[in-house]
Write a new protein. Structure first.
Length: 248
């Protein structure tokens, strides 16, 4: 079964078309932005990840495997959404957690042009973090009360912002048939930065060192300029198997 949560309109899905999305199942079309914002193909500033055959969340499809010296990158991209709402969704499988953090997505031009980030943070309890910025404050929501998970397992991580609250959801085998809402942070009426910011998958977009890079697999990243509902997030999750084109 081909997992592809971000094909739209084939089966009456309620999920809107993303602003940006990448299948991350090969190094050609899989790293080309197929969203409405269409940045074209991502490149690399350090080294390309490898294709991992048959190891995507369904156990048969392909995904991309990152070492700490790999990334996918595009420079100088401002927030281009129709409104200052956001969802970011990613499937992540970590082989190890860095001594600092594993950055899955980094859209960061430095202060004041930090747009968003999704990461596993190395702390007393390693945990997931979804963050936004409105000068002069970073807003981060995390599941800091519990461990991020276990190496070698797939997790569907979703961060949303609806103009009032940041939320982070996590889907694991134990949470089927739904993604669990694990934390909420109130942050009314944020205005996203308008300046250019570099975008990277697998590391800090401002830092090519391995200290904040991801070690492990990533699959199917999507970014929306709306906050997806819990039912839409569960539709992407689909009991941990994702969704075929005909299912959406």
């Amino acid at each position: 079964m081909l997992i592809n949560p971000y094909r739209f309109g084939a089966g009456g899905t309620s999920i809107p078309a993303p602003l940006h999305y990448w299948d991350l199942d090969d190094l050609s079309g899989g790293i080309t932005d197929q969203g409405t914002g269409n940045w074209g193909a991502l490149s690399t500033s350090v080294g390309l990840p490898s294709v991992s055959s048959g190891t995507a969340p369904d156990g048969t499809s392909d995904c991309l495997d990152f070492t700490p010296t790999d990334d996918l990158f595009v420079s100088a991209k401002p927030w281009d959404g129709a409104q200052d709402n956001m969802t970011i969704s990613a499937w992540v499988n970590a082989d190890s957690v860095s001594g600092t953090r594993n950055l899955i997505v980094s859209w960061n031009g430095g202060t004041p042009d930090y747009i968003t980030g999704l990461q596993i943070r190395n702390a007393a309890t390693d945990h997931w973090i979804y963050s936004l910025y409105e000068s002069p404050t970073y807003y981060s929501v995390s599941d800091s009360a519990e461990s991020w998970g276990t190496t070698g397992n797939w997790y569907h991580i979703v961060g949303t912002y609806d103009g009032t609250d940041l939320r982070i959801y996590r889907g694991t085998a134990a949470s089927a048939p739904s993604n669990d809402l694990v934390a909420t942070l109130n942050a009314p009426s944020l205005v996203f930065p308008s300046g250019n910011a570099d975008f990277a998958i697998g590391r800090n977009s401002l830092d090519t060192s391995i200290a904040q890079a991801h070690d492990g697999k990533i699959f199917a990243i999507g970014i929306w300029d709306v906050a997806l509902t819990t039912s839409q997030i569960d539709e992407l999750w689909n009991n941990g198997d994702g969704c075929t084109f005909s299912q959406l």
